[in-house]
Design a protein around this ligand. Sequence first.
Ligand SMILES: [Zn+2]
Ligand SMILES: [Zn+2]
Length: 353
Amino acid sequence: MRSWSNHVFTFKRNGYNTQELGSKSNGYRQGNNLTVYSTPTPYREGKNMDEKTISVPMEADENGLFGRECPSCGMYFKIKPVTDLTTTQGICPYCGYTDILGDFLTQDRRAYLESVAVRQVLGPMFRDLADDLNRMGTPSSGFIQLKISATVPDFPIQYYQEKILETDVTCDTCGSVFAIYGVFSNCPICGKLNARVIYDKSLDASHGKLALSGDDTIAEHVRADLIKDALIGTVSAFDALGKALRKKHIVIPADPNNLFQNLLKLDQVLATLTGKHISQYLTPADSDFLFLMFQVRRIYEHNAGVVDSDFVKKQPAYAYLLGRKYPLKKDDVSTFIVLMRQLGDAIYSEFEK
Ligand SMILES: [Zn+2]
Ligand SMILES: [Zn+2]
């Protein structure tokens, strides 16, 4: 009869295991190898150390992403690495902690692996024990209790489900697909900030609003609002891009808080840090146009689009419009979005090299 009650089971994960299956639609599979040691207690060197390795594939969510958890900050994210099937290094998208990807195992996944191991190792041992006991025939009184408990217990698998996250991103540097809480983070594979991807998406949304403003089945005041929203949304997206860059690159000053809404101040900061003015990232004429549109944005955001003295101070050519509503044109906002995309991309590339 096997003695099972005085064994200690230890589970050793053999790390991240990636194997290419070729014909699978997602092109690869991931999983974990677990080695389960059954060690008699008290443990004696060279004695009865059973070893069994189990491979447990990982199941992706409905979009092909796998849940991961940072061993340092404990935050959850999901990932589908697509460019490099042998990727072994992971970077926490939230805190930047870097380690082998296999160590970014979620608690749920760990519990699942252990339950699979227990079921595969303990299950057969209990069945052997039950067989042994049943073969013993009429037990002596001392074994009655054991016989009762010799029904093979069920070792339930601790199934898990990947969580639903807030932002899906495809990295524009390495092509990895990942999902995170919040909006801004680093790519878990190449470490690049995702802020440019998010920025591009926001500008696409602004473009979408402009396109919608041309739909003459929509009431005219709503269409005018859509043009205004596209302008304001573009500047907000640029501000968010700037805040994400500042958080990662502390060389960009934290003051003033709305640096990326203040083009004049931003121009000075860029000149100091990179030696280039906005007029050098674009053309001087395009740069002048952006400075004008930032003022237009400000009065549309805070003054119902009415030109005020501050506007005239910065754009003296528009003195004749003082106290009147600035005529916001769809084509101007369209050009503005194109130029802002160029500027955002140039600034991102300066810091995320
Ligand atoms: Zn972390
Ligand atoms: Zn990447």
